[in-house]
Design a protein around this ligand. Structure first.
Ligand SMILES: C[S@@+](CC[C@H](N)C(=O)[O-])C[C@H]1O[C@@H](n2cnc3c(N)ncnc32)[C@H](O)[C@@H]1O
Length: 271
């Protein structure tokens, strides 16, 4: 099986996505989406940004490699009566079946960054965007001190080294790598702009409970715990994650968790 697909079908990312809804909505608010816009939401998960895009009147196609998340997104759209929000399985490295120049906007929030072959991903996103359209990416930043970069960093210290030739998803959080990839896809460097932005994880429970959610439902953390189990280091991994989540929690209430995380927002104007 495709290991990229297996990673994201593992567990249940909808349980993590549920903590990200407010920030998904706030981000979409900044995108200037207008009624009738054709939007491709790539690596859409269960629709944290796709659903708010559709609520603003866009005609949205959510594409994701994980079949369970495509099904969950479709269910959410149906329950909300959003006939303008469709979800389908697909791979950001190869958007076969999607015509050239067919979207006004491609949005990918912590989505396409996880696909293999980043140069192909940039090429595919550019290919399906119409001239004058935009690509907006949200990418976690390597070595950033905030939550997600630190979870991935801690987790990687417990997992075996990746196979030869593996390109870390976190390289999408490095401006020079992003420019290199889009320039190779035919975009002039001056059409690529960057901003730091924040996504906040809001959870109805303690930071320790939220660690439990990541351990039970988030593929990369589940893999880290499986590897730590084999090496007898589960308590060490658990403690490092609990320390991280507690230190980053900004909620004034002990029984709630609210953790902001910094990401790189990339905007590409397709000429
Ligand atoms: C961290 S989740 C983010 C999901 C969603 N964008 C959100 O903000 O809630 C990463 C998503 O990227 C998807 N993904 C990973 N590799 C992919 C690929 N090659 N093509 C399409 N989607 C992919 C995963 O299945 C998962 O839904």
């Amino acid at each position: 099986m495709n290991p990229n697909q297996a990673l994201w079908e593992k567990g249940d990312f909808t349980r993590i996505a549920a903590t990200m809804r407010d920030s998904g909505d706030a981000l979409v608010d900044k995108l200037g989406i207008r009624k009738g816009f054709k939007v491709l939401d790539l690596g859409c998960g269960d629709g944290t940004t796709a659903i708010p895009e559709a609520k603003r009147g866009a005609d949205v196609l959510g594409v994701d490699i994980a079949r369970n998340l495509v099904a969950a997104g479709s269910r959410r759209a149906q329950e909300l009566g959003l006939g303008n929000c469709k979800f389908q399985e697909g791979d950001a490295s190869d958007l076969k079946g999607l015509p050239n120049r067919s979207f006004d906007m491609v949005v990918t929030v912590f989505g396409a960054m996880f696909a293999p072959k980043p140069f192909d991903v940039a090429k595919e996103m550019v290919r399906v965007t119409r001239p004058g359209g935009r690509i907006v990416m949200g990418n976690w930043i390597p070595n950033d001190p905030t939550l997600v970069a630190q979870i991935l960093k801690i987790s990687s210290a417990f997992t075996p080294p990746p196979p030869e030739g593996f390109v870390s998803p976190m390289t999408w959080g490095v401006e020079s790598s992003v420019v290199e990839r889009f320039v190779a896809a035919g975009i002039p460097a001056e059409n690529i702009t960057f901003a730091r932005d924040t996504f906040t994880f809001n959870f109805d429970g303690t930071p320790e409970d939220l660690v439990g959610h990541f351990r039970d439902y988030y593929g990369p953390t589940m893999n880290a715990f499986e590897a730590a189990q084999k090496s007898g280091r589960v308590p060490d991994l658990q403690r490092q994650l609990e320390d991280l989540f507690k230190a980053q929690n900004k909620s004034p209430r002990k029984d709630l968790t609210s953790i902001p995380a910094t990401f790189l927002r990339v905007t590409v104007l397709v000429a």
